[in-house]
Ligand binder design. Structure first.
Ligand code: ZN
Ligand code: ZN
Length: 348
């Protein structure tokens, strides 16, 4: 089968590898139909994730059709259309029952190498899905892959961040970074009652595309976000600010925008970045810092209902549709920020 593999820093190839088979009776084999390229994959691309060997199959956002199931799988049968969570969890242990699936003893993330549980990824024609009854969700009949694929990762991440921010009806928020997660935050913010929504980015196309969600856009090279928001809110500033870029300058901007007792929600993938302010700065302003890891298991059923009801149209963020064979170029173009959100149409 064809699979997208990491071969070293900035080296992606598409190669023919053995098709996976069932290993234990709770597994399913899924024939992938759609797989997405995620910002997190860029950390593998740049070898910021330890222990990713050459030839490792990448990718963790995917939809497909169940091809084969182990004897213990009861929720699915061959032919069912499914969307996967980006990681595996058992759903039964104390951590899972508490809603903290990332602490599950069975945690494994697709496509991220040994440090994340050694589970080959979903940018491939087939994937082995452990604990299939829990990891997979059926795609409702009249919904497409494109509208549902992000429930397993970035849509759930944006939704988790909005929920954990504690915003209430009429609150003013700012989103720093208008990449895919920033766009989904702007798209979902009205569901949580957000009033004024500011989006800050330096890429004009990204700012343009969030205007359709009613956001007020700010390019910090043209206007000082703090000054503008201060003027427009009569000095009240933001109730919550979402850092969705995953870099130090964006974090610095984010921490300049909350009101006293407000919140900064860290949604972007921060790996080696330093904290841009002192403990005293936080204490004086009583800023709540809320780091968010996406919680697909706690939100995907609600998200699928909102999608079916037409309340969320996440497919709008897709900018590029690429065959799997074009993956190496797609990674390089995404790294140059020439792609916003690309999906691989697998088998096309
Ligand atoms: Zn992802
Ligand atoms: Zn568990």
């Amino acid at each position: 089968m064809l699979a997208v593999t990491s071969q070293g820093p900035e080296l992606i190839s598409v190669e023919d590898v053995p098709k996976p088979g069932l290993e234990v009776n709770t597994d399913a084999i899924v024939r992938i139909t759609t797989s997405a390229l995620c910002g997190t994959d860029m950390h593998v691309y740049h070898h910021k994730i330890p222990n990713v060997p050459a030839g490792w199959i990448v990718g963790h956002e995917f939809c497909g059709v169940v091809e084969d199931i182990g004897d213990a799988v009861t929720g699915f049968k061959p032919g069912d259309r499914v969307v996967s969570s980006m990681y595996v969890a058992c759903g039964r242990c104390p951590a899972c029952v508490a809603g903290d699936h990332r602490r599950c003893k069975d945690f494994q993330m697709f496509g991220m190498g040994a440090a994340f549980g050694n589970l080959p990824g979903g940018q491939a024609e087939y994937v082995r899905v452990p604990l299939a009854d829990m990891t997979l969700r059926a795609i409702p009949q009249d919904l497409s892959d494109e509208s549902t694929i992000f429930t397993g990762d970035i849509l759930a991440t944006a939704f988790t961040a909005l929920r954990q921010s504690g915003i209430v009806e009429g609150d003013t928020i700012a989103i720093v970074g208008a990449g895919p997660v920033g766009e989904l935050l702007a798209m979902c913010a009205p569901i949580f009652g957000a009033g004024q929504v500011y989006v800050i980015d330096i890429v004009p196309e990204r700012l343009e595309s969030v205007k359709k969600f009613g956001a007020t856009t700010i390019d910090p090279r043209e206007q000082d976000p703090r000054k503008l928001i201060k003027e427009q809110t009569g000095g009240l500033m933001c109730d919550a600010v979402f850092e969705a870029a995953g870099n130090e300058p964006a974090m610095k901007t984010a921490f300049s925008l909350p009101r006293p007792n407000g919140a900064v929600v860290l949604v972007g993938m921060l790996v080696n970045e330093h904290f841009p302010l002192t403990a005293g700065d936080l204490w004086l302003r009583n800023t709540k810092v809320i780091p968010v890891l996406g919680a697909p298991y706690s939100h995907r059923d609600e998200l699928l209902k909102l999608i079916a009801a037409g309340k969320i149209d996440a497919a709008q963020i897709i900018t590029d549709r690429i065959p799997l064979s074009g993956a190496a170029e797609a990674y390089a173009a995404f790294d140059r920020k020439e792609l916003q959100k690309a999906i691989f149409e697998v088998g096309s």
